[in-house]
Design a protein around this ligand. Structure first.
Ligand SMILES: Cc1cc2nc3c(=O)[nH]c(=O)nc-3n(C[C@H](O)[C@H](O)[C@H](O)COP(=O)(O)OP(=O)(O)OC[C@H]3O[C@@H](n4cnc5c(N)ncnc54)[C@H](O)[C@@H]3O)c2cc1C
Length: 326
């Protein structure tokens, strides 16, 4: 029995950053469950990337190559990975919870009469039995999913739930695997990949970020928070509802479907702290939260919490920052 981590590449053959988080999680589970770890890299012309993956601590890297695996299709990936899994018979298959994985992994799991346990935030082993934790009702409840039966079990891991910097190095052999694929099996006809508009701001490089949430109530009130950002010399960011409403551009959204940031200071103004927001900013060195609800989940990750009305606190704080800077 082994654990198989399926690593993901972007469409321009770069590593998807969540691949390393998945591999770090898989390394920890491999130790906890006492099962060897293997990884699969899927695509065309992926030899160098498979060799790079093999510099991490694992037992083997499978280079799953075929002309029909480029570009990505759900049918191609499902057929190829089904063959790999039947060959190596892992007890657990782990994926990053990316849009691509959401596209094909449920179908792949079904080929084995299994379900995909999706968006997993934690995993633990008790006496060699595995429990996966996932959230319900937008993060309000955590549920335990106990893995039973002969497997393989399939799980995708939430962005930011495991840290890639915990990844251990090593040296593993690379084995090529050429799946039997036929063009007639592949029903999707991919178009050119979606291209995001060029990013005018790189929030990932910002040292101080002031971020605004729905507590701001109206678009015209955003100026109050912008003034605090100016006082700090900070970049503005926002929670998703603010960007969905078009009050700030999408590129300023922080969270699981926005940017992941790690500034020195992150000031969250009128943001409740939903898990999808937290995964994008919990790596900040110092978190300051301003919220009128003392029970808001953002206070669980905050280093400094100010409970009160942002419309009183933010102008006073901007004033104090200006004074302190002289
Ligand atoms: C698939 C998916 C992906 C998602 N991706 C993201 C993402 O990338 N980023 C993201 O942010 N969200 C994301 N979300 C949405 C997320 O679940 C939350 O709905 C969102 O983060 C809530 O935004 P908020 O905190 O601004 O608003 P709310 O949850 O409404 O919180 C507003 C807060 O403001 C406080 N408040 C109100 N008035 C005042 C006042 N006068 N003074 C001080 N405080 C006040 C309230 O107490 C409350 O805590 C995603 C959701 C899904 C399902």
């Amino acid at each position: 029995m082994s654990i198989l981590a399926v690593l993901e590449l972007t469409h321009n053959a770069q590593w998807h950053r969540m691949s390393w988080e998945t591999l770090a999680a898989a390394q920890q589970l491999s130790t906890a469950l006492g099962e060897p770890l293997e990884a699969a890299v899927v695509g065309k012309g992926i030899g160098a990337l498979a060799a790079e993956a093999a510099t991490r601590k694992l037992a083997k890297v499978w280079a799953v190559e075929h002309d029909l695996l480029e570009p990505y299709t759900a049918d191609g990936y499902t057929a190829a990975l089904e063959q790999v899994i039947r060959k190596i018979q892992p007890s657990l298959v782990l994926f990053p919870h990316t849009y691509q994985v959401r596209d094909f992994a449920p179908k792949l799991a079904t080929r084995f009469s299994q379900v995909l346990v999706s968006d997993v935030i934690a995993a633990r082993s008790e006496n060699g039995a595995l429990t996966l934790v996932r959230q319900f009702f937008q993060g309000k409840l955590n549920g335990d999913v106990r893995v039973t039966g002969p497997g393989p079990a399939f799980a995708s891991l939430q962005a930011g739930a495991w840290r890639a910097d915990g990844l251990e190095s090593g040296s593993a052999p690379v084995e090529s695997f050429a799946p039997a694929l036929d063009a007639a099996q592949i029903r999707q006809k991919p178009e050119a990949p979606f291209r995001e508009a060029a990013r005018a701001v790189d929030l990932t490089a910002a040292e101080i970020i002031v971020s605004v949430g729905r507590g701001i109530k109206e678009q015209s009130n955003i100026a109050v928070v912008e003034d605090l950002a100016r006082a700090f010399g900070a970049e503005m960011a926002a929670s998703r509802p603010i960007c969905d409403a078009g009050w700030l551009p999408m590129e300023r959204q922080v969270g699981s479907s926005g940017q992941t940031v790690a500034p020195k200071i992150y000031v969250a103004v009128g943001i409740s702290g939903a898990i999808q927001h937290l995964v994008g900013m919990k790596g900040a060195k110092t978190i300051v939260a301003i919220n009128k609800d003392p029970h808001a989940p953002i206070f669980e990750v905050a280093d400094y919490g100010i409970v009160g009305d942002l419309f009183e606190i933010v102008p006073a704080l901007a004033e104090a920052v200006r004074k302190a800077k002289g």
